[in-house]
Design a protein around this ligand. Structure first.
Ligand code: PHE
Length: 523
């Protein structure tokens, strides 16, 4: 407004340094004032209200030492003033001068005062040789302080610069003229053409804001992977790198047959109770599994087979047909293993079906037994459901990472060796195994890893060699052993991201911003 009013009054502004900004009075010539003015000029120029030209200036300002001299006098003048006139008092020693002024002023002052023939020696001390002096340095510095320059010219300025009493300071000022859209008040231009403006015709008179083609656009909202998905991707890469194929795991709903019976989990097992498992009410029962396989499974449970005594408890078809939300991905592993054993059962399976991919070289080497078996390495990472009380570390749904290896003559040592390699790839080198119990594996091992931050062993997973009671009814030959193991996806994710309450990772309390900003994970 000051620029516009001044232009209105005088037609042009020859030098913006004459403008006195409100609240800045005498400081209008300072650097900061011109920077403020430049901001206003740019904004007015963008509306074509003014045009302006920039002029560069070089001026000088005092250094701290220079300012002190301007105030108290030069070192030489102060030394001179402290001394008695020759013959009229006791001379002052250099040591005494040093005590009075400090080493710097005393030393520089004496040498310059000697050079100017202002002072001389008398005995051990110093005295004034002249009764009056002209402190030129002080006068020059006062001139620079008030005008930014010296009448005496560049040579004198250069001398003061060399003595580090003044420094150059670049500045700018401006000349301003009226532009084509000059006005004394700033109109807010329209930013959008509206329906109303078109209808009323007011658009014809309206002033529109110019497009700024240099402006950054608004960033579009992109999708972001949830931390669980980032860790899942890393774990998936480890499996793929180790030659595993991914199992289809889209069936969240399974029958009790595939989730429990096929795994030789007794029908009376507590894990099957409603407190632990979510059962479906509609539909509540599954289609029947393959009849002959079903017969072999129910037989091994109720009466035993393949050298096993079985559970010798009554078998219930209704129990087997119940539909539920799968409590572990081992339900999917079971149905994949059943498919893998198809050729061993003598079934002719079309190669275009989703029979798990076996590895060509292995298949050649090991499948040549005539029994149709082909080794396989399979994995899955997907969701499971348990009817649990939810707390900081438990949810009713979570993700399991599961790996299954089927080959002839596999031993527990193969399982342990495999897990050491796998966990090492996840950055976990310190593992311990503890005997455990699963209805479907024997032996079973709990996996513990040393947590370097918590400085203690934490349980990371569960594993074992699948029982013959599970494998033989599927049709696998006796020498085919299968080992498997499972870990949760949530635990390594929480450790990776330093999260200690699972509800900040999954569920309605998760911050979307946190998800967007969570960094990628690299093992
Ligand atoms: N199903 C087991 C669990 O839920 C994990 C596991 C898989 C154990 C395969 C042994 C073999 O903890």
């Amino acid at each position: 407004q000051l620029v516009l009013d001044t232009l209105d009054k005088h037609g042009a502004i020859k030098d913006t340094r004459v403008l006195v900004l409100p609240g800045q009075q005498d400081a209008a010539v300072t650097h900061d004032a011109q920077i403020t003015i430049l901001g206003a000029l740019n904004s007015l120029a963008s509306r074509d209200m003014i045009t302006y030209t920039t002029h560069e200036t070089v001026s000088h300002v005092l250094t701290e030492e220079g300012a002190q001299i301007a105030l108290e006098g030069s070192h030489e003048a102060r030394v001179w003033a402290a001394l008695p006139t020759k013959g009229s008092g006791s001379p002052i020693t250099p040591k005494h001068l040093e005590q009075m002024f400090g080493p710097e002023t005393a030393k520089v002052g004496q040498s310059r005062a000697f050079k100017n023939k202002w002072i001389g020696k008398e005995g051990d001390g110093l005295v004034k040789l002249v009764t009056e002096i002209k402190d030129e340095t002080q006068q020059q510095l006062r001139e620079v302080d008030s005008t930014g320059t010296l009448h005496a010219g560049e040579k004198a300025l250069a001398e003061l610069r060399k003595r580090k009493l003044i420094v150059q300071k670049k500045g700018q000022w401006f000349t301003v003229e009226k532009g084509p859209a000059f006005s004394t008040s700033i109109e807010k231009p329209e930013t959008d053409l509206t329906v109303d403006m078109i209808a009323s015709g007011s658009w014809k008179a309206a002033k529109f804001k110019k497009y700024n083609f240099e402006a950054d656009g608004i960033l579009p909202n992109g999708g972001a992977h949830h931390p669980l998905l980032k860790v899942r991707e890393e774990i998936r890469n480890i499996f793929l790198e180790m030659g595993f194929a991914e199992m289809p795991t889209s069936s969240f709903v399974e029958s009790a047959f595939w989730c429990f019976d096929a795994l030789f989990v007794p029908q009376q097992h507590p894990a099957r109770e409603v407190q632990d498992t979510f059962y479906l009410s509609d539909p509540s029962t599954s289609l029947p599994p393959p009849a002959d396989y079903y017969a072999r499974v129910s037989k091994v449970h109720e009466h035993g087979d393949y050298g096993s005594t079985g559970y010798r408890a009554p078998w219930s078809d209704a129990e087997s047909r119940k539909l539920l939300l799968r409590t572990h991905t081992t339900a999917s592993s079971a149905s994949m293993l059943y498919k893998l054993a198809a050729k061993c059962r003598g079934e002719d399976i079309d190669s275009s079906t989703d029979e798990p991919a076996a590895h060509a070289a292995d298949a050649k080497k090991k499948g040549a037994n005539g029994d149709g078996f082909r080794p396989a390495k399979l994995f899955s990472i997907d969701r499971v459901f348990r009817n649990e009380t939810m707390d900081a570390t438990h949810l009713a749904e979570f993700h399991q990472v599961e790996g299954v290896v089927a080959d002839r003559g596999l031993t527990l040592a193969d399982l342990i060796g495999f897990m050491r390699v796998f966990f090492k790839k996840m950055g976990i080198e310190n593992l311990r195994f503890k005997p455990a119990y699963n209805p479907y594996t024997e032996p079973s091992l709990e996996i513990f890893a040393f947590h370097p931050q918590l400085k203690k062993w934490v349980e990371v997973g569960n594993s074992g060699m699948f029982r013959p009671e599970m494998l033989r009814p599927m049709g696998f030959p006796e020498d085919v052993h299968v080992h498997g193991w499972g870990i949760s996806l949530e635990r390594p994710t929480m450790i990776r991201y330093g999260i200690n309450n699972i509800r900040t990772l999954v569920g309605h309390k998760v911050s979307l911003e946190g998800v967007e900003k969570s960094p990628a994970v690299r093992f």
